[in-house]
Design a protein around this ligand. Structure first.
Ligand code: 5MM
Length: 340
């Protein structure tokens, strides 16, 4: 595939007024989410839940792509339509998580390296046949005393770039996700320092690996205080620090940046995105690729109960709409109280 095709897909992923739904929870993560609503994590429950999200009336207007998990890309809607086909028919691009998780980095206490490069080329060929046009790989960087080390940052950046190169070779747009976690009590300044170092290493490696920047999407954390920090920075400070950091490190050739929510509340994640977009003009599209911040309300409303299927869909569509408004800076917190 030529670079023009990759660039076209990347642009469609970050097109105006739309964002990405991250529904690629691995089996252990979706189990945790279902534990929260006291629902057993069976294959059928996972299938029903994902069908509820993907078919929420009205949501497709605000969703450009969905990140699927290996199990989900092979599942079908109740009427027998494979999920990738169902999404494509709605104008939503199917994507796939291809990393196999963050594992302990040998020799580096409390740090991880994301795995999944072995056999990736072959898996990408299969995923492309199944309908995936973009992929996702998440590197995890934790902040605590003495970490992250520059070795762990560089090792993760190197793996991200190798993954991105394999994706582009196979006509698949890579979402490059280096996540600096918001766990812990660190300040926003420390988050900015670490996020800067991570993005610098990631873009160095992407350049070394000859990645076509026009044919990728960056999925970073926001620059934010740790969850347990004593004096957490306010929303305006988060928006300003995040935009400043991205401007320093992300070349304008990258068409779009789609944030992860990382444990922020749904309303916080939407407000931060909206405030950032108010700081424009910006050289790239700024949108969302939220998991929890798009799904939490829908998951709670549904609660695993067939009678609440439509109620869960309403919440999904509401969050998608509010986040769409945030991509143009036109979201207001007062909109939260309006009916789904
Ligand atoms: C949806 O969760 C994704 C998969 O996580 P696991 O591999 O741990 O199951 C995760 O990578 C997600 O796509 C991003 O972290 C964004 O999700 P949030 O909830 O942070 O917006």
């Amino acid at each position: 595939m030529n670079g023009g095709e990759l660039a076209k897909i990347a642009q469609a992923m970050v097109v105006k007024n739309k964002g990405i739904l991250a529904a690629d929870e691995s089996s252990s993560t979706i189990k945790k989410r279902f534990d929260g609503i006291k629902l057993e994590s069976t294959e059928e429950h996972r299938r029903t839940y994902r069908e509820m999200l993907f078919t929420a009336p009205g949501a497709a207007e605000y969703i450009s792509g969905v990140i699927l998990y290996d199990e989900t890309i092979r599942q079908k809607a109740k009427d027998g339509t494979p999920f990738p086909e169902l999404l494509s028919k709605k104008g939503i691009i199917p994507g796939i998580k291809v990393d196999t998780g963050a594992k302990p980095l040998a020799g580096f206490k409390n740090e991880t390296i994301t795995e999944g490069l072995d056999g990736l080329r072959e898996r990408l060929v299969e995923y492309h046949k199944l309908g995936a046009r973009f992929a996702k790989w998440r590197a995890v960087i934790d902040i605590a005393d003495g970490i992250p080390t520059s070795f762990a940052i560089d090792a993760n950046a190197h793996a991200l770039a190798r993954y991105a190169a394999l994706c582009q070779e196979n006509g698949i747009v890579p979402i490059v996700e280096p996540e600096v976690l918001m766990d812990g009590g660190h300040s926003i300044e420390r988050c900015e320092e670490v996020t800067s170092a991570v993005l610098q290493s990631v873009f160095n490696q992407l350049f070394e690996h000859r990645i076509l920047l026009e044919g990728m999407v960056l999925k970073p954390n926001m620059v934010i205080s740790g969850k347990k920090a004593a004096n957490r920075a306010n929303a305006e400070a988060v928006a300003a620090a995040t935009v400043r950091t991205l401007k320093r490190h992300v070349p304008p050739a990258v068409p779009g940046i789609a944030f992860l929510s990382g444990g922020q509340s749904s309303a916080e994640a939407t407000l931060h995105l909206s405030l950032m977009n108010k700081l424009g003009p910006l050289p790239w599209a700024l949108t969302f690729s939220y998991g929890r911040a798009l799904q939490d309300d829908a998951l709670k409303s549904w609660g695993g109960n067939a009678a609440n299927f439509a109620a869960g869909q309403k919440e999904m569509a509401k969050r998608a709409k509010l986040n769409s408004l945030a991509t143009t800076g036109s979201y207001q917190s007062s909109m939260e109280s309006q009916a789904a």
